[in-house]
Design a protein around this ligand. Structure first.
Ligand code: B16
Ligand code: MG
Length: 221
């Protein structure tokens, strides 16, 4: 079987917006007397906006204490702060090696997809100047189930017109690697704590076309 597509997560793989998410959530959490650190923030990676809020409320011992309307207002405030901070993104905000690997995958005529649950993904790709590198971006607003559910990776494969078995998925979050595996794709994990990934890399610098093709060639049937 040929490798026909590579599907990328955005935050933590293509660019590092996790810190910006953290700063925005921390500011909103402070307003309701909840504090959390970057260690807790790890648990929010790859988790949708509303699910992230629920985890923060639970962490602060305030689960169920806010109405749906109040939750929507908190999430909207976080997003406004986050979107403001995205103005700091430039073409230099791509993580190391990403520009090169995208070009090499394209040169090999293998399709490129995006599976980010961020509703801000299109704006981020534009800010990074790489929106044209993708053949298909799954629409996060049409996804019903957060990672680790495979829904968004399956939607990306469908949009690319490839079967999941013909594709590799790349993630930095534990829930994301789980989603790739559940979709029936081969998984690449970037960063620590991703023992369940088929291939584990320390950073995006190691994410080369050579590594991807060697991984594909060595996969278990
Ligand atoms: P938004 P990914 C995810 O992006 C982030 O990792 C996660 O922290 C964030 O809550 C989520 O997007 C939703 O983002 O509030 O912009 O819709 O890793 O799936 O690219
Ligand atoms: Mg991510």
């Amino acid at each position: 079987m040929m490798l026909n597509a590579v599907v990328f997560d955005l935050d933590g793989v293509i660019t590092d917006t996790a810190h910006l998410h953290f700063l925005a959530w921390r500011a909103v959490a402070q307003e309701i007397d909840i504090t959390f650190d970057e260690v807790f923030n790890e648990q929010l990676k790859g988790i949708s906006r509303m699910d992230s809020l629920q985890r923060i409320l639970k962490h602060g011992g305030k689960a169920g204490m806010f109405s749906e309307e109040q939750c929507l207002a908190l999430a909207a405030r976080k997003n406004a702060l986050y979107v403001q901070s995205l103005a700091s993104l430039t073409q230099d905000s791509l993580l190391p090696g990403i520009r090169e690997v995208l070009a090499d995958i394209r040169a090999a005529k293998v399709k490129i997809g995006l599976a980010s649950v961020s509703l801000n993904a299109p704006g981020i790709l534009h800010a990074l100047g790489i929106h044209q590198a993708f053949d298909f971006c799954a629409d996060a607003s049409r996804i019903h189930r957060s990672k680790p559910d495979p829904e968004i990776f399956l939607a990306a494969c469908k949009g690319l017109n490839v079967r999941p078995e013909e594709a590799i998925g790349i993630e930095d979050a534990a829930a994301g690697v789980e989603a790739i595996n559940a979709a029936g794709m081969l998984s690449v994990g970037i960063g620590p704590g991703l023992d369940h990934a088929g291939l584990q890399l320390h950073s995006t610098q190691e994410l080369t076309w050579e590594r991807l093709t060697a991984f594909w060639a060595a996969r278990a049937y």
